[in-house]
Design a protein around this ligand. Structure first.
Ligand SMILES: Nc1ncnc2c1ncn2[C@@H]1O[C@H](COP(=O)(O)OP(=O)(O)OP(=O)(O)O)[C@@H](O)[C@H]1O
Ligand SMILES: [Mg+2]
Length: 292
């Protein structure tokens, strides 16, 4: 059995869909928007000290052109959200050319290279070595123009050996002191198994970070932050309600948000504009648990 089979996790999924939270419900709670949308929106991303430290590490490595970074986290821990935040951070900076690849489910090295070239606007050809040469030429020209290309790959745990091998090849393009492209891999912990077999890629990782579960205090801050961004100044949940959420979420951001989302229609039905422990218990009872 492969180690990833052991990584069975139970995550709550929402029995309600976001569009069921109508403008009337939002108004009842004094909210302008839904604070608990499950899509990874950077505006709703709460940067605690852990995230700030990871972000600083990533930016240091990008700005010093160190090559490869790996950011690992459990399902729902915030990898996609963080990767989008990094994307946005560099998208506005004229000296960087940042591209984002998600779901890199492509079988061959060639297809993967073409996908990357296409992202950077490099004409694609069928021949792998011609394509590689074109890519190398592009990186060289970018370096001369003082431009720094960044490639962000989300769901990197699905990368196969050949694709990791391509990443190694691409990282070989370098000057005496720096890499010509910065690659950021975001993935679930199964990526460790893949990298164990690809020691030559693993040895090139310049920055490694793990997205840990958030603390109880962090859970409270994350929830209050989202409620604030959504337009409500006073807390939406009592402290006891947040303790109850944390007992189940164990600091997993997606689980936290799912329980919060599910509690909104219940509190509305009870005519309670502040959500207490009882409502959370009810919301948890109605939350479906999914095995992954
Ligand atoms: N620091 C945070 N602040 C606010 N919301 C967060 C934070 N981290 C994660 N979330 C929220 O948690 C949910 C899951 O996050 P995300 O999709 O980024 O996780 P993931 O690690 O990419 O999950 P998967 O393994 O399924 O790809 C999203 O709704 C996201 O907005
Ligand atoms: Mg993700």
């Amino acid at each position: 059995m492969d180690e990833s089979d052991n990584a069975v996790q139970e995550l709550p999924t929402s029995p309600i869909s976001e569009h069921q939270i109508t403008p009337t419900i939002l108004k009842f709670f004094g909210l302008k928007q839904l604070p608990f949308s499950l899509s990874p929106n950077p505006r709703y991303f709460y940067l605690d000290s852990q995230h700030e430290a990871i972000l600083a590490k990533i930016m240091y490595m990008v700005e010093n052109r160190q090559g490869l970074s790996l950011i690992v986290g459990d399902i729902g821990s915030g990898k996609t959200s963080l990767s989008r935040l990094v994307f946005n951070e560099y998208a506005d900076k004229p000296e960087h050319i940042v591209k984002y690849v998600t779901n890199p489910h492509l079988n061959t090295k060639n297809q993967f290279l073409r996908l990357i070239c296409d992202e950077f606007g490099i004409p694609t050809t069928r021949d792998f070595y011609t394509q590689l040469k074109n890519f190398q030429a592009y990186l060289g020209e970018s370096y001369e123009k003082k431009l720094s290309p960044i490639l962000i790959i989300d769901e990197a745990q699905v990368l196969k050996g050949a694709q990791l091998e391509l990443i190694r090849q691409i990282l070989n393009y370098e000057t005496d002191r720096s890499k010509l492209i910065q690659i950021l891999l975001f993935g679930q912990s199964e990526i460790h198994n893949r990298l164990r077999l690809k020691k030559n890629v693993k040895s090139r990782i310049a920055t490694y970070a793990n997205l840990d579960a958030i603390t109880l205090e962090g859970t409270k801050d994350l929830i209050n932050f989202r409620v604030n961004v959504a337009g409500r100044q006073k807390p939406l949940f009592t402290d006891e309600a947040i303790n109850e959420i944390y007992k189940v979420s164990k600091g997993n951001p997606r689980a936290t948000i799912t329980i919060c989302l599910n509690s909104i229609p219940l509190a509305f039905r009870n005519n309670q504009d502040t959500i207490d422990q009882g409502v959370i218990k009810e919301a948890i009872g109605e939350t479906i648990y999914e095995q992954r």
